[in-house]
Design a protein around this ligand. Structure first.
Ligand code: BGC
Length: 705
């Protein structure tokens, strides 16, 4: 089997060769005229366009001091201006799901909620809306999206990220970046790499083997670079295999630049550099928020004693200049006053995103939707009823112009025929629950309990489980709405309630979207982008998470992250990856593969009919998983390799087509440092979730003659 192994090295070497030859893929200036200029940092053809030459001209005019100053930020969120050379200050803003630095703004679904939409069009729309918000505020660089893999439910920043699956995150991040950059704003993919916990984040070394990096933790970053054409990369606080990411030669010089052909610039996370010389030689282009370590004193000394070359400094300046020139920042004002800061079009996107993100986890005997005919009174109880649960905490949290709490959303959506009562007090809630037709318990976390800078507990915050118990004991129509960035402890209360909704942090319209789902005005269509375990110990990373001998945190589970691990160990999750209920039902036809045999660089199309057999319109997310029947390396029982969200009217049938390239069947071969597609049989599993497989087909990869 090893003899007939076919190696398909990706475009890496071509890209590396082109770069080595001084070729910079199509650095075109953003076209402002229609706001839809193409992705300006990816792909493209020679000859080198003017951005490159203009960068060289500017570089040649800069003094050594100016160059040294240029690669350290200023004023917290800026690249400094050099008025002498007509170089404007470049303004940045957090990120990732709002342009949050300049007063109130529009809050879109958090990363995990966007991932729950499984909707590439939504990712693009949210990207465009973020780009417009940036332009209305004169922001050049948005500090987002963020795509670290959800490894454990405890990571305090899971809510910012796009779930546990590299293919899902990679597929959604590229259109989001293209959307942002289409508006003449640079996106920043963060945090490179392996920021999968917040606990002790500046001192922890994520210890990850190369195959796991390439197959699990890198693909979304790689897609951001190669498919999204992202302009900027931000490194993470943690160390990777013993080296701080902002000083990590392997990550920045090898993987980003040589392997992936990245030609934008790399910035540090805020105060994440610890050693200036290592950062300088390790490939960091810009230290943020200022040049604390990559400073004049360090550089002058290192230049004098030969530890640093002037060419290395020049390269950093060059990377920044050509990226900002290509983005058009030298040629037009960044602020566009034709776009309102509180843009109704963007608010509409935020609302649509929230509607698509919400996941109906459980719906026993059709407890939902609430029928306005029969429900005349509702109690909305629990700590999150009136709270701002649109975003988790930390640098991502924005102030908003407009917010709809779950309580207010339910009150509005209920209409005049239904009385709505609220309480956050246990005794009062139980008393109310006895009198009303339905209870909605608003539970879960919030921005102070689930936040950047710390990890969170698995258990629901104190008192919530008791509250659910007490209320459900007196009202059989008790519905629980969870606000969280991931799985929580379900044990002890889940079986007491007939219906549960995962709301995530879906942006400023959380209450409206939740209420619309509760009343059936919106048919729920979100799908889990992460596995929700029955108990914390079931999570594949649980034995190693927060285990830190000498500040090293081992990723011993390797590639068996999330459903890959549950499937391999045959552990039943509470709610599996890809799960999400609807108020209608979908019937799947038999999947057909064409062609059924492909060469190692070929592709096949999987097609099947999907019918809405219920009496409500609804969206189904058709998911394609691949099982490598016989592999020379350990493989998970299945991996997501395709998906499509389809909109179906009652009774309607659509043909769904999913493309699968042989390249997607590859694994990372450590011996050759490349991806390998092995000839042989692959089983294709099409379903409504990772554990609700509706049809199977076979695909054969045949060795090239
Ligand atoms: C966060 C980054 C953020 C930066 C600037 C850091 O604490 O990790 O994600 O972009 O602050 O606010």
């Amino acid at each position: 089997m090893k003899n007939n192994k076919i190696r398909t090295r990706r475009l890496l070497f071509l890209a590396a060769a082109l770069l080595a030859a001084g070729f910079v893929p199509s650095l075109r200036a953003a076209d402002d005229s229609n706001g839809t200029s193409p992705n300006f940092l990816a792909g493209g053809e020679p000859p080198p366009p003017p951005a490159e030459k203009r960068a060289e001209d500017l570089l040649s005019q800069m003094t050594p001091d100016e160059k040294m100053a240029y690669i350290g930020g200023t004023n917290n969120f800026y690249i400094r201006a050099i008025p002498r050379l007509n170089l404007p200050a470049i303004k940045m803003s957090d990120g990732p799901m709002a342009a949050r630095n300049d007063g109130p703004t529009t809050a879109y679904p958090a990363g995990i909620a966007l991932a729950a939409t499984w909707d590439t069009n939504m990712a693009r729309e949210i990207g465009e809306a973020l780009g417009r918000d940036c332009r209305s505020r004169g922001v050049n660089i948005l500090l987002g999206p963020a795509v670290n893999i959800y490894r454990s439910p405890l990571c305090g920043r899971n809510f910012e990220y796009m779930g546990e699956d590299p293919f899902l995150a990679a597929t959604l991040v590229a259109p989001e970046i293209k959307g942002i950059q289409s508006q003449g704003v640079l996106a920043t993919i963060k945090h490179f790499a392996c920021n999968n916990e917040e606990w002790d984040r500046n001192r922890i070394s994520s210890e990850v083997d190369e195959r796991t990096l390439e197959e699990i933790y890198f693909p979304a970053f790689k897609a951001a670079v190669q498919d999204g054409g992202v302009g900027c990369v931000m490194t993470s606080y943690n160390l990777l295999n013993g080296v701080h990411c902002a000083e990590n030669d392997y990550l920045m010089n090898q993987v980003l630049r040589k392997d992936w052909g990245f030609n934008g610039f790399v910035m540090s996370d805020w105060s994440a550099v610890h050693n200036g010389l290592l950062a300088l030689n390790g490939g960091l282009d810009l230290e943020m928020p200022r040049g604390t370590y990559m400073n004049r004193a360090t550089m002058t000394k290192a230049l004098a004693n030969g530890q640093l070359k002037q060419a290395v400094i020049d390269d950093k300046v060059r990377h920044i200049l050509r990226t900002i020139i290509a983005a058009g920042f030298l040629d037009r004002p960044q602020a566009l006053d034709t776009i309102p800061r509180n843009d109704p079009d963007n608010a509409r996107v935020a609302l649509e995103g929230a509607r698509e993100a919400i996941v109906l986890l459980k719906n026993y005997r059709h407890a939902l939707p609430l029928e306005r005919k029969s429900i005349k009174s509702i109690a909305v109880v629990g700590p999150n009823a009136a709270r701002q649960v649109y975003c988790g905490g930390g640098s991502a949290f924005p102030r908003v112009f407009e917010y709809v709490s779950i309580r207010d959303g339910i009150a509005r959506e209920a209409g005049s025929g239904i009385k709505v009562f609220t309480s956050t007090n246990l005794t009062e809630s139980v008393a109310l629950a006895k009198q009303v037709d339905a209870v909605v318990v608003c539970a879960g976390f919030n921005a102070s309990l689930e936040s950047e800078g710390k990890d969170r507990p698995f258990d629901l915050p104190a008192g919530q489980s008791n509250l659910i118990h007490a209320v459900a004991a007196v009202n059989h129509r008790t519905i629980v709405v969870i606000s969280s960035g991931g799985g929580v402890a379900w044990a002890g209360w889940l079986d007491k309630t007939p219906a549960v909704i995962e709301a995530w942090y879906p942006g400023q319209f959380v209450g409206q979207a939740v209420a619309e789902v509760l009343f059936g005005d919106v048919n729920p269509s979100g799908r889990l982008p992460a596995t929700f375990e029955k108990k914390f110990e079931d999570n594949p990373s649980a034995p190693y998470y927060h285990l830190s001998a000498n500040n090293k945190t081992p990723y011993t589970e390797g590639i068996f992250v999330g459903y890959r691990g549950y499937d391999a160990k045959e552990v039943e999750p509470e709610f599996c990856f890809g799960h999400g209920l609807s108020y209608t039902e979908f019937k799947y036809g038999k999947p057909l593969v064409s062609p059924a045999e492909i060469p190692p660089d070929g592709e096949a199309t999987v097609s099947l009919e999907v019918k809405n057999t219920g009496n409500r319109a609804g969206d189904e997310v058709v998911q394609l998983y691949v099982h490598d029947v016989k592999s020379s390396v350990p493989q998970p029982p299945k991996e997501l390799k395709g998906f499509l969200r389809v909109v179906l009217d009652p009774g309607e049938t659509k043909t769904v087509k999913l493309t699968l390239t042989a390249e997607q069947l590859a694994f990372w071969d450590v011996k050759t440092r490349g991806f390998v597609v092995e000839p042989g049989a692959y089983e294709l599993l099409v379903g409504s979730s990772s554990r609700d497989i509706r049809g199977k087909a076979k695909l054969e990869v045949v060795a090239a003659k």
